[in-house]
Design a protein around this ligand. Structure first.
Ligand SMILES: Cc1cc2nc3c(=O)[nH]c(=O)nc-3n(C[C@H](O)[C@H](O)[C@H](O)COP(=O)(O)OP(=O)(O)OC[C@H]3O[C@@H](n4cnc5c(N)ncnc54)[C@H](O)[C@@H]3O)c2cc1C
Length: 417
């Protein structure tokens, strides 16, 4: 494969593959580096908001998604102990597909990746980006295939980091301090559950939060986060079990509606776990070295709002629209700097409020002892949950006017779907 490109993208999750598709369809030569082999399961609830469906259509995977994904999600619920409240999810106004749906990452990420490959993106997989530096306006990235030792050098004027968050920044050290409040995330799939299709329950428990959803083939996905100290307690109560199994046992203990949903259900495969995850805002653009960051590499929302995939893809869209307007390969350092400033501004406007809302909701959900204050309010006005879901971006189509080509071609994105 060649080693000089217009752009190098690190990570083929939703952010990286979206960027690769957009740039390749505009004629850029793109290297996409992914360290894992696909398909791979991933700790994620896999809900894709309706706000993202027009983007899937614009990327060329709208039909395939519609065929594979689980039922339309029309209701949100909140489970806490023996309490349940349910309310409508907000619909995207005037949309052909007004409701979100769920599709496991082992399928969704492959759809995006195969689309990128079909558009001529050079896929380096399974390869890891190990080192990078920039001189004379060119990035040099050292990438490595496992188990083959030794670095191969790729070069490009544009470097886009889409390597997720909890895996850290290649070439940099990760935080190693351990805090009781560190969050660990788990996910498992179940068949034959009792959860009504189309309902998206959020679960709130001491030390954590999570959600359940019916995804493709009627499979239930249960995913959630738990603090280090709470995980330690539940592991102590379940000796000999894996961390994921102890987490499940803890959830079943006093959450009645969750227990009902899982009655008679069979777990498919093992529990997956990662962590600690690092919710928070990092930087969409590194002024000092010129790297662009998209998806979780730029910021990670507490997954309680289930909007990380949408934000990952939309951040790729914002950035690529600007890069494409700046022009392939001809972009000077000053132009790329302007792209960075613009992208960072739009990124903050679009995502910072959602990230703050997600953090607030996560901290409320992890403290069920606030229930005496919060529950009477929610029980009296369940539609508060509809309003919150709207605030989290569930019904907000990213305005086409904020994007340049190729989104300009989908002036009415709904028509493209
Ligand atoms: C418990 C939980 C539940 C969630 N539920 C939802 C949900 O229901 N809906 C939703 O929208 N979001 C959800 N999310 C969030 C969502 O999973 C993330 O926001 C999303 O995966 C971010 O996409 P990304 O492309 O930025 O990163 P990722 O999907 O993490 O992709 C990054 C990719 O980069 C690769 N990579 C990393 N380092 C390197 C390297 N050095 N070289 C090469 N490749 C590399 C990785 O292998 C990976 O494939 C959830 C998260 C958690 C923890």
């Amino acid at each position: 494969m060649k080693t000089s490109y217009d752009a190098i993208i690190v990570g083929a999750g939703p952010a990286g593959s979206t960027a690769a598709i957009l740039l390749a369809s505009a004629g850029w030569s793109v290297a996409l580096i992914e360290k894992q082999s696909f398909p791979r399961r991933k700790v994620c609830g896999a809900c894709i908001g309706a706000s993202n469906l027009p983007l899937l259509a614009a990327l060329g995977i709208g039909e395939a998604f519609a065929q594979l994904a689980g039922p339309e999600l029309r209701e949100v619920a909140l489970y806490c102990g023996d309490r349940v409240v349910q309310a409508p999810l907000p619909a995207v106004p005037n949309a052909r597909h007004p409701w979100g749906r769920a599709l496991g990452r082992e399928s969704f990420d492959v759809l995006l990746l195969e689309r990128a490959r079909a558009l001529g993106v050079n896929l380096w997989q399974p390869w890891s980006m190990r080192t990078f530096d920039r001189s004379a306006g060119v990035f040099r990235c050292g990438i490595e295939a496992r188990p083959a030792p030794g670095l191969t050098e790729l070069r490009a004027p544009v470097l886009i980091m889409a390597n997720g968050s909890w895996e850290g920044d290649p070439g940099r050290n990760r935080r190693v301090s351990r805090k009781p409040g560190d969050l660990f995330a788990f996910k498992a799939n179940f068949t034959d559950s009792q959860l009504a299709p189309g309902v998206l329950p959020v679960i709130s428990f001491a030390g954590g939060y999570g959600g359940l959803v019916i995804a493709e083939n009627g499979q239930l996905t249960l995913a959630g986060c738990i603090r280090r100290d709470a995980l330690k307690t539940c592991r102590a109560a379940a000796p000999g079990r894996t961390a994921g199994e102890a987490f499940e046992r803890y959830l079943r203990t006093d959450m009645v509606a969750l227990r009902d949903a899982l009655a008679g259900a069979r777990r498919e495969g093992t529990w997956l776990g990662i962590g600690p995850i690092q919710p928070g805002i990092r930087a969409p653009w590194h002024r000092a070295d010129g790297r662009f960051m998209i998806g979780n590499a730029a910021a990670e929302a507490h997954p309680i709002i289930g909007e990380g995939i949408s934000m990952a893809m939309q951040s790729a869209w914002f950035l690529c629209a600007r890069l494409m307007a700046a022009g392939r390969a001809s972009a000077s350092a000053e132009t790329l700097q302007r792209v960075g400033v613009d992208y960072a501004r739009q990124w903050r406007q679009a995502f910072a409020p959602r990230l703050h809302l997600a953090a607030t909701l996560a901290h409320l959900a992890m403290r069920p002892w606030l229930a005496p204050i919060v529950w009477p309010l929610i029980e009296r006005a369940p539609r508060l949950m509809t309003v919150i879901a709207r605030g989290a971006g569930k019904a907000r189509i990213v305005p086409p006017s904020q994007g340049a080509p190729p989104l300009g071609r989908f002036e009415s994105l709904e028509d493209a779907n």
